[in-house]
Write a protein that binds this ligand. Structure first.
Ligand code: FMN
Length: 276
């Protein structure tokens, strides 16, 4: 009997051949504790899943102010980078491939996550319109984030580049830029959360895209394009974002449990990215 197509090899790029077509979605585990370092249990978790063709890690924070999830790991410090190397070594020994998802939570955060840096940052001073956020001090109301200065935007681009370099030093096979689910990059892309009047915002799509473009270019200084992914969720409603399509639970382009999330017209034109 012919093997299931799912189990046949797939060439993602000339230098990236997957042993099968299953890819582990990035999934926040919230298991690293206050230290935010991956540990033996993290390695065990990914080794248990290393028979997939490729794994994307849980969202991994690129800077202290990027943090907005209790127990999420980071990849900005030297010690976390060293700790991740133990995970990638274990995954490679098990025959797996693993990308690191680079994450900045943006306004989906709270000052109690980063008391030194203070408020969460975002393109504009617009709070998430939901009752509470789970923070290190318990469930608290969302705060109005601080709108980023252009200098802060440039520093954040540099943070993504440093995190990408750390991911390389940690032995990852590539990185995925988290541009989805209402976090920082997504909130630049979406009109609901980006009311800036400078070159990073407003009605102009080019302006709202500029931050993601600069982040991607910075990451591409470290990794070849074949090793860089960008995650988008144009119809995701998570973190108080807007569904472009309205109605009906969709597949493939958003969180599984989001009340809507079908493919938007533009994504429909990209058959590789859409299953509906
Ligand atoms: C527990 C959990 C944690 C998640 N964490 C992340 C994450 O860190 N980064 C991300 O891009 N997506 C995250 N997601 C979204 C998943 O990657 C995936 O898109 C979503 O579950 C929809 O796929 P499904 O319909 O197969 O469940 C998470 C989903 C779940 C259920």
């Amino acid at each position: 009997m012919a093997p299931s197509p799912l189990l046949t090899p797939f060439t993602l790029a000339d230098d990236l051949k997957l042993k099968n077509r299953m890819v582990l979605s990035p999934m926040t585990r919230g298991r690293t504790g206050d230290m935010q370092r991956p540990d033996k249990m993290t390695a065990q978790y990914y080794v248990q899943r290393a028979s997939a063709g490729l794994m994307i890690t849980e969202g991994t924070l690129i800077s202290p102010v990027a943090n907005g999830w209790v127990g999420a790991p980071e990849i900005y410090s030297k010690s976390a980078t060293i700790a991740w190397k133990e995970v990638t070594d274990a995954v490679h020994a098990a025959g797996g491939l693993i990308f690191c998802q680079l994450w900045h939570c943006g306004r989906a955060s709270h000052s109690s996550f980063h008391t030194k840096e203070g408020k969460a940052v975002a393109p504009s001073a617009i709070a998430i319109d939901e009752p509470t956020i789970h923070s290190p001090i318990g469930k608290v109301p969302h705060e109005v984030p601080a709108p980023m200065t252009v200098d802060q935007i440039k520093e954040t681009v540099a943070d993504f580049e440093r995190a990408a370099a750390n991911a390389k030093a940690a032995g990852f096979d590539g990185v995925e830029i988290h541009g989805a689910n209402g976090y920082l990059i997504d909130s630049f892309l979406q009109t609901k959360t980006n009311k800036r009047t400078d070159e990073y915002g407003g009605e102009s799509l080019e302006n709202r895209f500029r931050f993601l473009k600069e982040v991607t270019e910075a990451v591409l200084k470290v990794w070849p394009a074949s090793r860089v992914g960008v995650r988008l969720s144009p119809n995701g409603v998570y973190n108080d974002q807007v569904c472009l399509r309205g109605g009906g639970r969709g597949r493939g382009c958003s969180w599984g449990w989001a009340p809507c999330g079908g493919c938007s017209a533009c994504i429909r034109k990209l058959p590789h990215f859409c299953s509906t």
